[in-house]
Ligand binder design. Structure first.
Ligand SMILES: *Cc1c(COP(=O)(O)O)cnc(C)c1O
Length: 397
């Protein structure tokens, strides 16, 4: 038996903590870039679980790996090793050039780990543990990560919020330098701000920031939870800029939909962590690691980085062609398939119209449509996303 979308939403209103403002949809099945709701209506997914389903829904390679691993071994404990965990940490270290990996269960947990590593390194090197994050950042919803995010609306009512975070305007090195005292131990930023509206880092700022962190012995943390794992056409967004962080967080697309997060650190910074400093029960369990390994393998086998680059370039070129007919489009920006279309209108009603026409996207930062489809979305589906978006902008004029 199966419930209707309406029945599920009524039950959700009764039982779930009222924290999510949901769209009136419920899904039963997915494949590639397509989703089907409880009544069998088909959607094209240009949100991909908020940049999670980079290899598409129910990728056979990932589904098979999860099934096989579940029959063999789901969980042990970090008192012991499993082959998928060791193979995944080796793979992530090789891909990133960072030597040390810690595996957790989510983005916020990875960000917490990054903050702890930076603070431990700072404490061993005569600096304080204050972290400078950026305005319009997003680092998660746990207490320390909302403090790092620094958004008033996310902190209201939850005092006392952990101390130890300052916020500088994005891309402004002078402002950062003015904030740095002996109390500051690290700088944390998203190389491309996701929730903040797909705001791009200035490459020269990033290079100068790296040099400044080296000079001051500050830990440079990149939050690549959204921009990592091929989303921007490189495995990690930092590769676009030739600037390597000391610490990097990953999550979202890492497990192809399985909950998993990772903190990576250079040998220099990571070696500040001592036995017993950090831990997790579920983190790095064989099931999540097998899913992540299969996800990375699928990306490599199907050339998904190249696909993201080419499809992103196509979408940008198409939008540029119609800019004069759509004065509501202020700008299209992004790398690969991490794309923001800034409007002169509120983006939420446009995204709602798109949904009514069978395309899922996301409205962020008030007036930005965020498109983060699966990297292997067929061109035909991407064309539909583009056409429905234009139609929906027109409908909301
Ligand atoms: C989604 C996201 C997070 C939080 O990840 P969760 O898994 O929801 O805890 C942190 N940082 C960035 C950049 C994100 O996009």
């Amino acid at each position: 038996m199966s419930y209707s979308t309406k029945e599920l939403h009524e039950l959700d209103k009764t039982y779930y903590l009222p924290t999510f403002k949901r769209y009136p949809l419920a899904f039963k099945k997915g494949s590639g870039s397509r989703l089907w709701d409880m009544e069998g209506k088909e959607y094209i997914d240009a949100l991909a679980g908020i940049a999670v389903n980079n290899v598409g829904h129910a990728h056979p390679k990932v589904a098979d790996a999860i099934g096989r691993q579940a029959h063999e071994l789901i969980h042990i404990s970090n008192f012991y090793l499993s082959e998928p965990q060791v193979m995944l940490t080796k793979k992530l270290a090789e891909l990133s050039g960072l030597q040390r990996v810690f595996l957790g269960n989510s983005g916020a947990e990875a960000a917490e780990g990054a903050i702890k590593i930076a603070r431990k390194y700072a404490s061993k090197n005569g600096r304080g543990g204050t972290i400078i994050a950026m305005k319009n950042a997003f680092h998660g919803r746990t207490l320390a990560t909302v403090a790092a995010t620094g958004k008033e609306a996310m902190m209201n009512g939850f005092a006392p919020i952990p101390a130890g975070f300052l916020h500088a305007p994005f891309n402004d090195l002078e402002a950062i330098k003015e904030m740095v005292t002996e109390e500051v131990g690290g700088i944390m930023l998203e190389p491309i701000q996701g929730e903040g509206g797909i705001n791009l880092v200035d490459p020269s700022f990033l290079k100068a920031l790296r040099a400044y962190c080296d000079e001051q012995n500050l830990v440079l943390i990149f939050d690549e939870i959204q921009s990592g794992m091929g989303r921007t056409g490189k495995m990690f967004a930092f590769e676009h800029f030739g600037v390597t962080p000391d610490v990097m967080t990953l999550a979202k697309a890492l497990g192809g939909g399985m909950p998993i997060g990772a903190v990576l650190a250079s040998e220099k910074v990571g070696s500040a962590i001592d036995w017993g400093d950090h831990g997790t029960t579920f983190g790095g369990n064989p099931l999540a690691c097998a899913a992540a390994l299969a996800t990375i393998e699928a990306m490599e086998e199907e050339g998904m980085l190249k696909q993201a680059t080419e499809k992103g370039a196509w979408l940008k070129a198409e939008v540029e062609k119609v800019r004069s007919e759509y004065p509501e489009i202020k700008e299209i920006r992004g790398y690969g398939l991490m794309i923001g279309i800034e409007l002169t209108l509120e983006s939420k009603p446009v995204v709602t119209t798109m949904m009514e026409h069978g395309v899922l996207a996301n409205a962020t930062a008030g007036n930005v449509i965020r498109l983060v489809p699966p990297l292997n979305i067929p061109m035909e589906d991407l064309k539909t996303v583009f056409e429905v978006m234009l139609k929906s902008i027109k409908a909301n004029r």
